[in-house]
Design a protein around this ligand. Sequence first.
Ligand code: GRF
Length: 232
Amino acid sequence: MTAVTAERIAVLISGRGSNAMALVQGCQSGLIQGQVVKVISDQSYASGLQRARSHNIPATCVDATQHADRSSLERALTSSINEAQPTLVVLAGFMRVLSADFLAPYAGRILNIHPSLLPRHRGLNTHARALAAGDAQHGASVHFVTAELDGGPVLSQAQLTVDPSNTASMLSERVLALEHRLLPATVALLSQETVELDHETILINTTALAAPLRLGVDLSDGGTLLSDANCR
Ligand code: GRF
């Protein structure tokens, strides 16, 4: 078990890549002690590729349509990721379920951002589902990726109060604004503290994390995520 660091970050996307850009900005501002070394998309039309290039970040498409099956695509993704020698892989709007074989070499150093307060609303259409369920709170989670869809241990969360008059698209915009703060703040934490994954348990400075770290919407951007209350 080795601690995950943010020195070299590879980001996998499928679309506009706004969370990838939030990481790039987090690195450029000095919040994150590291750099985004590569952005990889599985979709050639992903606008996030161009956005990354405009920030001089190497960006590549591993085109899903050019691969007959999942294992062929995953081999190509592995090779593209490994070329960049990342210490951390971040799935940010990467719309694909990855196999256990693909994930094994990245165990403990691959994170995903998901637009709900996990374990609520795994999978798609989280905002419409939160509204339909009458949830009072909704938000976003950063979790370690395992082969179980949106099921890996949750490292951090940010939440907001649902306005029932919001449409799913309004709620999505509000949550996305949270994601853009939560993701860089969480990745920054990897340089400030020793974060390890021991099977299903997240250790922060060797102490098991009892509940996800919380980023309150009322905190300023400089607010710290880590609180002793989160550790047992
Ligand atoms: C985000 O809401 C992310 O949580 C979800 O897909 C969206 C991607 O947005 N998985 P972007 O591509 O980062 O702009």
